[in-house]
Ligand binder design. Structure first.
Ligand code: ADP
Length: 659
């Protein structure tokens, strides 16, 4: 192979020249020459040729002695022995000393060449093998190193996501940086936005006291430069001496910590003792660790923020005077219950969080409210009576991604006021009725006392009409207070079809008198609902009565009973005066009367529709109106359809419904 170097050690000028000119040079070998054994040995040890062609009989040192010396020095250079006087003992000896070949002088060019090639080929192979082994060992070491790095990074990555205690995590990070990069010291600096100084949050190899008190101004530090530029900094030896630092290190490397696109800290490693510069690979490792540190710092910040928000919210909740409980959606496990809630349901200091509400609270009304939980949309509301006599009004509200909350308001006082009002109305109405009856009776009895003139008759009629009006008003008020106070709870199954058709029949005479057409259209089969016969008749009577009242002559009134899913619908439709849109939302309010010219002469108390609403809602139904002013109105109420079987039972059939 070209450029391989062959050392010829021979005292024979002729032989040396022959080898040089005819064997070695023409075949591309470089040639070194020594004229005696001693010089040959020196050259061999200094130049380390690829092959030695060695004569045996030479001045100063024989070939055998050179061989021995080479072995002693573990030179490991292949040798071909050349000699005139071959003897078996010499051959055995030289082979024992490791020569590759033994060539007798004079030799043929080809013979010598072959021998050289063989020896070199063997040496080449050995060299190649050594090289490969060396490379393999090196790659193995590198692989082991990468594995170590990956394992460490993986471990750190896991710690970052498992939200370990932040101080501990950052210390581990710096420790990992020092370990992986094989540095002597490491530190993690974060910026204090208020003072624009860098402070140390974790360090390795640095005195702890110094680490804690460490403060660096951003403007005049290398770390600060990294903060400002956002670029890593790798410095060693000469670079460092050019920069005046108070920090005596041989090499140093800083990488920025980027949080939400802003550089907020610096991770660094350095060497004070060992003279080892940092490589690009080291920089990549440190950058990866800095990324982890950034995530961890950000996580901790978010966690602390969330924690303080949660604490704030918990304080607000616990300070609220109204009872509040927040639960999971699926199994009503308590997430938080405030002090007022605990007090209301006697939970004291019981650890309620995480336990199902039904395990701790035995208030039926509250449990029913929660059982009726809407999955989306509006909140459910109901009154919650407590064992101590207080009454709360509770709203159950779904909270997306959390569950649901119950917020309660103490309405005991309002309930008491309401009761007092009902009592008052009831007493007053009752006390009013008695004298009214007397006034009306005496007015009517005036005729008996003697003939009345025309004017007296007119006055007497006015008195009777006015007392009738007051009597109606008093009756309505009394009814309303009774219904609202829940005094007529007794209910039966009522056939709304029959009730409505009978009532329409009763009103036919009045309709005919007013030249109106009153029609009933039934469903063709019984329409059972639960309620009081008397009260339902009152509702249909009020609605049909209003239609007759607010529809001029020649008008038409249609009363209908229909089914809709599990509901019975009753509609009263007329083509009368209609209601102006502005009045529509209020017609069911107590004492609300529409004040338009077209109905100025029509008498009423403004309580009829309020009574209807109270009754229908008591029986679990709803009532509403659709109307076009000057065109007509449709009043509709619905009630739940009762089971047909209940209807077949002998009357009176009392069915209890909760009011
Ligand atoms: P009132 O005793 O005044 O009739 P209601 O409570 O029964 O009291 O009705 C409230 C108001 O609604 C009435 O003043 C009336 O103007 C209006 N109203 C009720 N029914 C009808 C109807 N069928 N057509 C037009 N207006 C109506």
């Amino acid at each position: 192979m070209a450029n391989e170097c062959v050392l010829v050690v021979d005292d024979s000028h002729q032989n040396v020249e022959f080898l040089k000119d005819y064997v070695l040079k023409p075949n591309g070998y470089q040639v070194l020459v020594a004229r005696d054994g001693e010089a040959g040995l020196k050259l061999a040890l200094n130049q380390h040729p690829d092959l030695i062609l060695l004569d045996n009989n030479m001045p100063k040192m024989s070939g055998m002695e050179v061989l021995e010396a080479l072995n002693e020095h573990q030179a490991n250079i292949p040798v071909i022995m050349m000699t005139f006087h071959g003897s078996e003992t010499l051959a055995v000896q030289s082979f024992r000393l490791g020569v590759k070949d033994y060539v007798l002088k004079p030799f043929q060019i080809s013979e010598m060449l072959q021998s050289i090639e063989r020896a070199l080929a063997e040496a080449r192979l050995r060299r190649e093998r050594d090289l490969l082994t060396e490379r393999l060992v090196k790659s193995n070491q590198q692989l082991e190193q990468r594995l170590k790095e990956l394992n460490t990074l993986f471990g750190i990555g896991k710690s970052v996501t498992s939200l370990l205690d932040q101080d501990k995590l950052l210390s581990r990070l710096v420790e990992a940086a020092v370990y992986l990069i094989n540095a002597e010291e490491g530190s993690l600096l974060l910026i204090d936005d208020k003072t624009n100084e860098l402070y140390m949050v974790a360090a390795r190899g640095i005195d702890e006291r110094m680490a804690r008190s460490f403060r660096l101004r951003v403007e005049d530090s290398l770390a600060g430069e990294v903060i400002t530029s956002g670029q890593p900094l790798v410095l060693s030896g000469a670079d460092l001496t050019k920069i005046k630092t108070s920090y005596l290190v041989r090499s140093v490397m800083y990488v920025p910590l980027r949080i939400k696109g802003r550089v907020s800290g610096v991770l660094s490693v350095d060497n004070r003792q060992q003279k080892r510069d940092f490589t690009n690979h080291d920089l990549r490792l440190l950058s990866a660790l800095a990324d982890y540190a950034a995530i961890s710092v950000e996580n901790a910040k978010l966690f602390n923020q969330a924690e303080s928000e949660r604490a704030k919210l918990a304080t607000v909740l616990s300070e609220i005077a109204e009872p509040v409980v927040v639960m999971t959606g699926r199994d009503d496990r308590i997430i938080v219950a405030n002090t007022a809630f605990r007090r209301a349901f006697g939970l004291g200091v019981v650890v309620a969080e995480g336990r199902p509400l039904s395990e701790l609270v035995h208030n039926e009304a509250l449990l029913e409210l929660i059982a009726s939980a809407p999955t989306t949309g509006d909140s459910h509301r109901r009154e919650i009576p407590l064992a101590d006599g207080r009454v709360f009004y509770a709203a159950l509200t779904p909270i997306p991604e959390v569950g649901q909350a119950v917020i309660m308001q103490d309405i005991t006082h309002f309930k008491e006021l309401d009761r007092m009002k009902s009592d008052f109305v009831s007493t007053v109405s009752h006390d009013l009725r008695a004298p009214l009856t007397s006034v009306k009776s005496y007015a009517q009895m005036l005729e008996m006392a003697g003939d009345l003139n025309e004017q007296q008759n007119l006055f007497m009629n006015r008195i009777v009409k006015a007392t009738d009006h007051i009597a109606t008003l008093v009756t309505d008020l009394l009814d309303l207070s009774r219904i609202e106070a829940g005094l007529d709870l007794e209910t039966t199954v009522v056939d709304l079809d029959r009730l409505a058709s009978e009532l329409v029949a009763e009103l036919q005479e009045q309709a005919a008198g007013q030249r109106q057409q009153l029609i009933y259209r039934g469903p063709g089969r019984p329409a059972p609902v639960v309620g009081s016969q008397l009260r339902l008749k009152q509702v249909i009577g009020n609605l049909a009565g209003n239609a007759l009242k607010y529809t001029p002559a020649e008008g038409q009134i249609l009363v209908m009973v229909q089914f809709h899913d599990n509901l019975v619908l009753l509609k009263v439709e007329d083509n009368g005066l209609g209601i102006p849109p502005a009045d529509l939302p209020f017609v069911f309010d107590k004492f609300y009367r529409v004040k338009t010219d077209d109905r100025a002469d029509i008498q009423g108390t403004g309580l009829g529709l309020a009574i209807c609403k109270s009754i229908i809602e008591k029986y679990g139904g709803s009532i509403w109106v659709e109307s076009q002013y000057h065109q007509g109105s449709i009043f509709t109420f619905t009630l739940p359809l009762a089971a047909q079987s209940a209807f077949d039972q002998p009357q009176p059939n009392l069915v209890e419904v909760s009011a």
